[in-house]
Design a protein around this ligand. Structure first.
Ligand code: LLP
Length: 382
């Protein structure tokens, strides 16, 4: 719920990202408490939102960071995340990025291919460091979410195929300047329900059984991110179901003695604390419909255009003022895909009304672009 008063919101030039830092803090308290119940380790996935004010709040909760670029590693360190709590994934790590990670002595690489393994070994040897490496495995588990955010099936570019796990592990053990730390998985994002995570646990149990047959025990297992949030009704569920999520892993993953279990939540930490606040520029009568044209566009929030994502849209100025009517809510960008939703039910809407597009904290600001040479919208903290 946006509790900032409309008078306060009206003072700001739109569009802007509205962040509720109290909700972020509360979400983190729940996430950490529920993870601690099982002794699980958390690494916040910076890709979801790397705004420094948010990172400062997140760091205060003592969790690690999950990075996918050299710049994310630098941002995490500058925000005070301890280097040894940083994990670094990605199929295309450049030499410079690997060198940076080695210099910073990060907690570990999540390595995605044989050639990458060789390069990490060479660069580690050249700099006199030992790289801690977990192998990202593509477990062949379908997250059943939008195909652009499904990462754990064979056709995806991520991770080692299942058949290569034994050989990749042996390679880790034989290469100089590499310390094999375990296995890493991430099957997709915005996963709701338990089944996918249960299937992932079962698959990882099988992999561990197979490795154990050759005497190999991963010291760490990292299950990545993926926990979904409620985009339809963010006020009913402002905090994701961390308790249920971690319980699935506690019950279904056969943790070996002394083994560390890690997670990389992104969306579930930051999605609900952010809204994109925009003004209505025009209400346009189409042939059979009405368009609400906002001053925020797909360059500020690309999720609806890119993933057909649904975000709740609220008219903050006209709440409760009359019978709801259907409107197509669109942005000003010269693309038909610049649409936040069709036939959305809103109270009678006028030019100048303030509108909130909810659940934008994850993959909103961080994916913004300057398309059409529009300026980047600022962030405001409440
Ligand atoms: N770990 C790895 C290796 C990942 O690739 C991701 C997300 C995460 C953790 C965090 O996952 P989360 O907890 O946020 O689901 N832009 C898309 C989502 C892309 C997710 C990419 N990887 C969207 O707006 O839906």
């Amino acid at each position: 719920m946006i509790t900032t008063t409309i008078q306060q919101l009206r003072e700001f030039k739109t569009p802007f990202y509205h962040y509720d830092l109290e909700l972020l803090d509360k979400t983190l308290r729940v996430a950490v408490q529920e993870a601690n119940r099982h002794g699980f380790y958390l690494h916040y996935a910076l890709k979801a939102n790397a705004n420094p004010r948010l990172l400062a709040v997140i760091r205060e909760h003592g969790i690690g960071a999950d990075c996918v670029s050299g710049n994310e590693i630098t941002a995490a360190i500058e925000s005070g995340f301890p280097a040894d709590g940083i994990v670094y994934a990605g199929v295309g790590k450049s030499d410079e990025e690997i060198q940076l990670a080695l210099q910073q002595e990060i907690g570990g690489f999540n390595c995605e291919s044989f050639p990458e393994l060789e390069v990490i070994s060479q660069l580690a040897a050249a700099s006199g460091k030992t790289a801690r490496v977990s192998l990202r495995v593509n477990p062949g588990v379908d997250a059943c979410t939008h195909h652009y955010i499904t990462t754990g099936i064979e056709e995806n570019k991520f991770g080692f195929p299942l058949d290569d796990v034994r050989e990749a592990t042996q390679r880790c053990l034989s290469l100089p300047n590499i310390e094999w730390t375990g296995l890493h998985f991430h099957v997709g994002s915005q996963i709701t329900g338990d089944e996918v995570f249960r299937e992932l646990c079962n698959r990882v149990n099988e992999i561990q059984r197979d490795l154990a047959a050759t005497g190999l025990v991963p010291a760490r297992v990292n299950f990545g991110g993926g926990l979904g949030v409620d985009y339809d009704d963010p006020d009913a569920r402002p905090v994701a179901d961390f308790a249920g999520y971690f319980r699935v892993f506690a019950e279904h993953f056969k943790r070996l003695p002394g083994q560390q279990v890690h997670f990389e939540p992104g969306r579930s930490i930051v999605a609900q604390c952010g809204s994109l606040v925009a003004r209505v520029l025009y209400v346009k009568e189409g042939k059979n419909k009405k368009f609400v044209i906002l001053d925020a566009g797909m360059n500020d929030l690309i999720r609806p255009a890119l993933y057909q994502a649904h975000h709740r849209v609220e008219n903050l100025s006209a709440a409760g003022t009359g019978a709801l009517e259907p409107y197509d809510v669109v942005g000003p960008v010269c693309e038909s895909a610049d649409c936040f939703g069709e036939a959305l039910l809103l109270p009678p809407t006028r030019r100048g009304d303030l509108v909130a597009i909810r659940s934008c904290g994850a993959y909103g600001e961080v994916m913004a672009s300057r398309y059409n040479l529009r300026p980047l919208a600022p962030a405001r903290f409440f």
